[in-house]
Design a protein. Structure first.
Length: 386
């Protein structure tokens, strides 16, 4: 019997060999939205990581929808050609399902990568930035640019961009799509009362604020093959007074379920300055996923946020708190995280034949290299399975 973490799960026609998912991680290394050798290197090693699914980074559906000038896009033929090559390369040696997160940064677009924030948040037009768009003309915060209001025509353009990128993702050969409705980017800007002060049918009540994201997602669902899943990264809580709360996340998840969405990943925050995030601890957002699972029967939930140890991840799945776990920084730190997790949990690590000499079964030094896992696990209150 495999552990809960390494048991398979089916999302529509897509079989995941296990519940370990590479969380989307921006690389800020693209040129004009097009994947570079860095992206190939990055995706290629995760494709042999043993994860059940890898999801590529937030990818702009139009050029002005990129978070930074270095973010991936899927709005041009060049963008599409590079990602088609990337998937083709992976398919020559791995069956690991590969998804892409489609996104629009809205009023938080045209910013700098994290390692350049000392120069300021925003990239000016002279420096290669662009005018940003938003649900209203209210900037993200002091010193941030004033967004261009998305009128009916603007909304149609954005919706159409999501649909076109969906079609491109299908042509590239992606197995699934995740829609980004979190972290303060455009679709989250619509859902949250912190950022959506519109007075038309897209603002006001939660029903109105969800309307545009739901229209976008419905149109994407109609444009993507029925056997391929679409998931949505949502907001569990804004952590701002007067912002989105878990009750809103549950209502949104119910609406997404009606559209045939296959899972939600409740994350948090970053829609407005002044976020009051409690001290973060391991698995601090797991209760969001748990609540969605409880209140929206039949909807799969992916847990994310400081899930770092195999035993911790396994407990989340085994106890029914979530159906999948998204692993971010722990995967960056250890791109073979899922091999090591499988070994720690008594499962078989998915090591490709060419690297099998590093398999713990035949490599006597393995316990010496990975021996510290027990102390770490105990320190975090999780017993290691023998
Ligand atoms: C460098 C970096 C880039 C990220 N890029 C994205 C992204 O493209 N899309 C997204 O939804 N979340 C992104 N995140 C958030 C992660 O997917 C994840 O939710 C977060 O890091 C918490 O999980 P962790 O504790 O396992 O890292 C990023 C996080 C980091 C550290």
């Amino acid at each position: 019997m495999p552990s809960a973490l390494f048991s398979p799960i089916k999302l529509r026609g897509l079989e995941l060999a296990n519940r370990v998912v590479l969380s989307p991680l921006c690389q800020f290394m693209a040129k004009d939205g097009t994947a570079q050798p860095w992206h190939f290197m990055n995706a290629y090693h995760y494709a042999v990581s043993g994860a059940g699914l890898i999801i590529l980074e937030a990818t702009g559906v139009e050029d002005v929808g990129r978070i930074t000038p270095g973010c991936l896009g899927l709005y041009s033929d060049e963008n599409e050609a590079a990602l088609t090559q990337l998937i083709k390369g992976i398919r020559s040696y791995s069956n690991t399902p590969v998804g892409i997160q489609l996104s629009h940064a809205g009023r938080k677009a045209s910013t700098r990568p994290t390692w350049e924030l000392h120069k300021g948040n925003n990239v000016s037009i002279e420096d290669g930035g662009w005018d940003v768009t938003g649900p209203t003309t209210e900037p993200f915060g002091e010193g941030w640019p004033t967004p261009i209001y998305l009128d009916e025509q603007g909304l149609t353009r954005v919706l159409d961009s999501f649909v076109q990128s969906t079609r491109r993702a299908q042509r590239c050969g992606f197995d699934m799509i995740e829609v980004h409705v979190a972290h303060g980017y455009l679709l989250h800007q619509f859902v949250s009362p912190m950022s959506n002060k519109r007075t038309d049918k897209y603002g006001g009540s939660l029903e109105n604020r969800m309307r545009f994201p739901l229209e976008v997602i419905a149109a994407m669902r109609a444009a993507f093959p029925a056997e391929k899943p679409i998931g949505v990264r949502i907001t569990g809580r804004d952590f701002n007074e007067g912002g989105l709360e878990l009750e809103d996340a549950v209502i949104f998840a119910r609406e997404l379920q009606k559209l045939g969405i296959d899972y939600v990943t409740p994350s948090a925050g970053n829609v407005a300055p002044g976020m009051k995030i409690p001290p973060v601890s391991p698995g601090y957002m797991v209760p969001f996923a748990e609540r969605v699972k409880q209140d929206v029967p039949g909807m799969n939930a992916m847990a994310v946020g400081l899930i770092v140890l195999p035993e911790q991840a396994n407990e989340i799945i085994a106890s029914g708190k979530a159906d999948m776990v998204a692993i971010g920084r722990a995967f960056m730190d250890d791109p073979r995280w899922a091999w090591h997790a499988a070994t720690a949990l008594g499962d078989t690590p998915a090591i490709p034949p060419a690297w099998n000499r590093a398999n713990p079964k035949v490599w006597p030094a393995y316990p010496m290299v990975h021996g510290q896992s027990r102390e770490m696990a105990e320190g975090m209150g999780h017993a290691r399975r023998e």
